[in-house]
Every structure is written in C-alpha cells, then in structure tokens.
Design a protein around this ligand. Structure first.
Ligand code: FBP
Length: 557
C-alpha cells in the first residue's frame, strides 16, 4: 500500500465488534416492540406536524433461530453536519449488513451532505471503495454539508433522485438538527406514499444528542480523548515552565459536555460550564471575578500559571449575552433584505445593529470589544445557529481578566504576573482515528440502521445501548425520532426540533467537577491521559469516557 501511515495500515485491518444480536446475522433478527411513545414536550404540536410517524413504539432486536430471506433493495446514505470520528464505520457497517442481507443490494452515498440527495450527486459503493475507509477518521468518503432539508421542493427533488436510483431507504448520519431533517423527510415520504424509509444515526462530537435510548452520540469518545491528550500536554508544559496561564476553548456548540469530559480527564485549575453560568445567572463580570480570584490566590502561593477550560458555547449562556444574541438573531434575519446592511462595512453593520437592538441589549453589545462584535455578526449556520466556533471567547475572557487584574494591582490587591496563551481545540479532534469504542459503536450503528430498514421502519434513530458493557452485550434497536422532539424558536419562528441534552447540574458528571474544583484550582492535580491507544491492554484501549462511566454509575462521583 502506498501513501498510508503505519497506523493507517494497521487500523484498516481492525475488525469492529458487534452486539451479539447483530453478529448472529441480519436474517436471524426479530424485532420486539416497546409501548407507544410521545414527544418529550409539545405533544399536541408535534403529533399534528408528524401525523404519520408520531407515537410509534421503540424497538429492540433479538436473535431467532429461524432465518428469513431479504428481498433486494437499494439504500442511500448521507453524512450531515460537522465531522465526528467514526462516520466511515457507520457507512461500513451499513454496507456490510446490506450486502450480507442480499448481495444484490446496493448502497449509494450522496455527496457533500444533504445537498447530494437534492442535486442527485452520488457514488455507488463497492467492497474496494469501503475497504479503503474502514476505521479511519473524517467524512471524506463522501463529504458532508449543513444544507437544511426542509422545503417542499427539496423533498420533491430528493424523491425524484431516489426514484431514479431505485432507492427505498435513506440513512441520515447527523446531529440533532440533521436528525430533525430526517424526521421531516420521513414524514413527507409517508404522507406522499413515496415508499422510501428514513433512518437516522446519532452523530456529533458535542455529545448533546442523548436520552434514555441514546446513551451517547458517536464521536464524543474520540474527540474528548483527543482534547484531553492536548490539555494534559499543556498542563505538563505549564507545570514545567511555570510562566503562562493557558485559556483553552473547547468545541461543543451549545452544551458543555465536551469541555466537562475533557476537564474530568485532565483536572485543570479552572473549568467553566455554560449550563451552570446560566442557572446561577452569572454575568460576564461575575465570571471574570471567579477567574481573577483564582489567578490572584494562586499567585499569592507563588504560582503565576494555570489552565482554564472554557466551553465553546459559553457566550450564549451568559444571561445578558443570551438575551442580546436572541435579539440579534431576530434582527439579522430581517436585515437579510436590507442593502444598507448587507452592502455595508463591518463598522456600518455594527452601527445599524446598535441602533436596532433594544436599549438594554444595545448597551451589552456596545460593551464588547470590536473583534467580538464583528464575530457575532458573521453568518448564521443554515439552522440559524451563531457559529460559536468563530467567536474567540477565550480571548475575550483573557482581556477582561487582564483589565480586572490591572485594577486590583492599582488597589494593591495583586502583585503577580499574568502572561497568557490562548488555544482553541475543536477541529483537532473531529477527524481523529476513531477510538476502539467509536470504531465498534459506529459500525454497530450502521449495521443496526440496515436492520431497522429491513423491518420496514421509518422515522427511527438507530440505537445501540448498554455501552459500558462489552460490545457483545450491547442492545440494538430503534427509537422514533419524534419521541425526542419539542418546539423551539428558530429564525424567529417556532419549529419542531430534537431537544438538545444539556449538562445536568444535579447529575453525577457535573457533581464530580463541583466537588473537586476548589482542590484542582489551588493544588495542581493535573492528569495526563496521553494519546488514544488502539492496541494493547484493554485497560487503556477500551477505557470509557468519565461521562458515560458516571452516568452508568461505574465509578464514584
Ligand atoms: P454537529 O452538531 O453538526 O455535529 O457539529 C458540531 C460542531 O463540531 C460544533 O461543536 C461546532 O460548533 C461546529 O460543529 C463547527 O462547525 P463548522 O465545522 O461548520 O465550523
């Protein structure tokens, strides 16, 4: 093999593990139905919007000794949204199940995300194609995109493309927004008697697509281990040089699961959790108080260094900023047709925004540094979200802490040094080689997605549970997408969306941080997790995340 690293060559040979129900073969599966389901909130609105797919039961797969034949069918697959380690294995698992069920089955991959199905851009997979991507990171097998599948025309063209290719099922691999689209498409196909099923797979490094049936989205395990390795390395550097405060922003658009997990793996001096900031109604100024207090106390102990971990989504949880951003989002959707705004310079835009925001929100906006103002005005993603990965919250906090320390110095309350380094870890983790956990989990999710298709289901999310047990004991099945939905305001309108799972402040994972953070702030309890291990003892290769272990009560809080 040419142009492959030694690790690539070895990983291509890895054989992912499957739950024993699925390992016994597609033709031996039976599906066991649970009771009818309801959406997590707004049941009347959601059931009215999803008349054909609402209220279906959850399903679990078991093995039967009897074998049934599977008729030939064509399936399409889409990768949607941000990359997450393991996406290629979902496709490999889906392909293997489909070929095992009937060698005449075909798998098409739509190119560049949801736009591929609308525009009819696709590839057909074969063994050689799939084999080159097994157990690799990235989504480059077919690419991804953030096009929001929601209009009548988009659904209609997707149907035309599927008809042309003889596709009777589509698998959408995505996060909460993409799986909301999967639910809308599933409903539309049933309402139009299209005879096309839609199955989702829970992807996102953010870890916020979870509930009783979905223990974790894929990619979280690998991405958090990658960030933890990097933070651990920085901790060791800080502890060696003893001269910098490192402010590390960690990806995760809204919920703080990624930052929390990376912090539990590395025990830095400061960890901010957005959900706590919101619940305690901490203003930006009180966050600066909290950080500055630790900087001063450590300095009094002769330590002018430390590590602060900041979740990417923080800015949207600080109460005064949250209200300002909501106001800003509504205004920006109306300004799309205002040429003075769209053709204006950054300074023009800022002036228009400052004049249009409510007076309270306008003063909050005005108080921010110019850099952050411009970053807040960048285009929203197609789902209407602020692109928080582009907002340099770590730099905002550094400059505000610097100002606070300068005043404390003037008052004679601080005499230390505050030299800083800022970091943002996000893209570094999204395409890492999937850990053994993600390689196995993703392969199982893809294999299981075909099982759901084979049982004629639509509007379901592929679910593999019991994830802290050995893979053979994992439980495979499906959960109706509508079960996870509620109504939320998007682009100024109420829309059905899959509810994000935020960090629970009374849950064991946050409690572990809360119990230890004063000790971690003052005493250096840094942990150095090192790089993900793919070969070697199971105690390091198959280690689960602290989040999953605590949520499943495997370790003490
Ligand atoms: P998904 O929700 O699509 O999985 O994407 C998650 C994410 O990685 C966020 O953590 C991050 O804010 C965002 O994508 C960045 O998006 P982009 O790749 O478009 O910069």
């Amino acid at each position: 093999m040419t142009n492959l690293s030694p690790l690539q060559i070895e990983r291509l040979k890895y054989e992912p593990k499957l739950p024993s129900s699925l390992a016994n073969g597609i033709s031996h599966l039976v599906s066991v139905e649970g009771s009818a389901t309801q959406s997590v909130a707004n049941q009347d609105e959601i059931s009215a919007l999803f008349r054909n797919t609402y209220g279906k039961p959850t399903v679990t797969f078991k093995t039967s000794s009897e074998s049934h034949s599977c008729e030939a069918r064509n399936v399409g697959v889409i990768l949607s949204g941000g990359q997450a380690p393991g996406g290629h294995n979902v496709i490999a698992g889906l392909y293997d199940a489909l070929k095992q069920a009937n060698p005449l089955n075909k798998l098409y991959g739509f190119l560049g995300g949801p736009s591929g199905i609308i525009e009819g851009k696709y590839v057909e997979f074969d063994d050689k194609f799939i084999d080159a991507y097994r157990n690799t990171g990235g989504f480059d097998i077919i690419g991804s995109g953030r096009t929001k599948l929601e209009t009548e025309e988009q659904f209609q063209s997707s149907w035309e493309v599927c008809k042309k290719l003889g596709i009777s099922a589509v698998v959408i691999i995505g996060g909460d927004d993409s799986n909301t689209n999967a639910a809308l498409l599933a409903e539309w196909f049933v309402a139009h008697n299209a005879g096309i099923q839609v199955i989702g797979c829970p992807k996102t490094i953010d870890g916020d697509l979870k509930n009783e049936q979905i223990e974790i989205s894929f990619g979280f395990d690998t991405a958090t281990k990658t960030y933890a390795e990097l933070i651990g390395n920085i901790e060791r550097d800080a502890n060696s040089a003893k001269k910098y405060w490192h402010f590390v922003k960690i990806m995760g658009r809204s919920a703080s699961h990624v930052a929390l997990e990376a912090a539990l793996q590395t025990q830095p001096n400061i960890t901010l959790i957005s959900e706590e900031v919101e619940q305690k109604r901490m203003s930006l100024s009180s966050i600066i108080d909290y950080i500055s207090d630790i900087v001063v106390r450590r300095s009094n102990n002769g330590k002018n260094f430390g590590i602060a971990v900041i979740p990417e989504g923080l800015i949207e949880f600080v109460p005064e900023l949250k209200s300002m951003i909501a106001n800003l989002n509504d205004i920006m959707s109306t300004l799309e047709s205002n040429s003075a705004y769209t053709n204006g310079t950054d300074a023009d835009k800022i002036a228009i925004i400052e004049n249009t925001l409510s007076s309270e929100n306008s003063s909050v906006f005005k108080s921010l540094p110019a850099l952050i103002k411009s970053q807040l005005l960048m285009d929203r993603d197609p789902h209407g979200n602020v692109q928080v990965s582009k907002i340099e919250t770590e730099k905002l906090l550094i400059s505000m802490v610097e100002e606070r320390l300068a005043s404390l110095k003037k008052e004679g309350k601080y005499s230390g040094k505050f030299s800083t380094q800022s970091h943002f870890f996000g893209y570094e983790g999204r395409c890492a080689f999937p850990s053994n956990f993600d390689a196995d989990y993703c392969y199982s999710l893809g294999f299981n997605a075909f099982a759901l298709i084979n049982f004629g289901l639509t509007g379901y999310l592929s679910s593999v549970r019991n994830l802290t047990a050995p893979a053979t004991e994992w439980i495979a099945g499906g959960v109706p997408l509508t079960m996870m939905m509620n109504m939320e305001r998007r682009h100024g309108e109420m829309k059905p969306v899959i509810k994000k799972a935020l960090v629970e402040l009374d849950g064991p994972v946050f409690k572990k941080l809360e119990t230890n953070r004063e000790d971690w702030a003052m005493n250096d309890r840094y942990l150095f997790p090192g790089a993900i291990q793919y070969f070697g003892p199971s105690s390091v290769c198959d280690i689960t995340t602290v989040t999953l272990a605590l949520e499943k009560s495997l370790v003490k809080a």
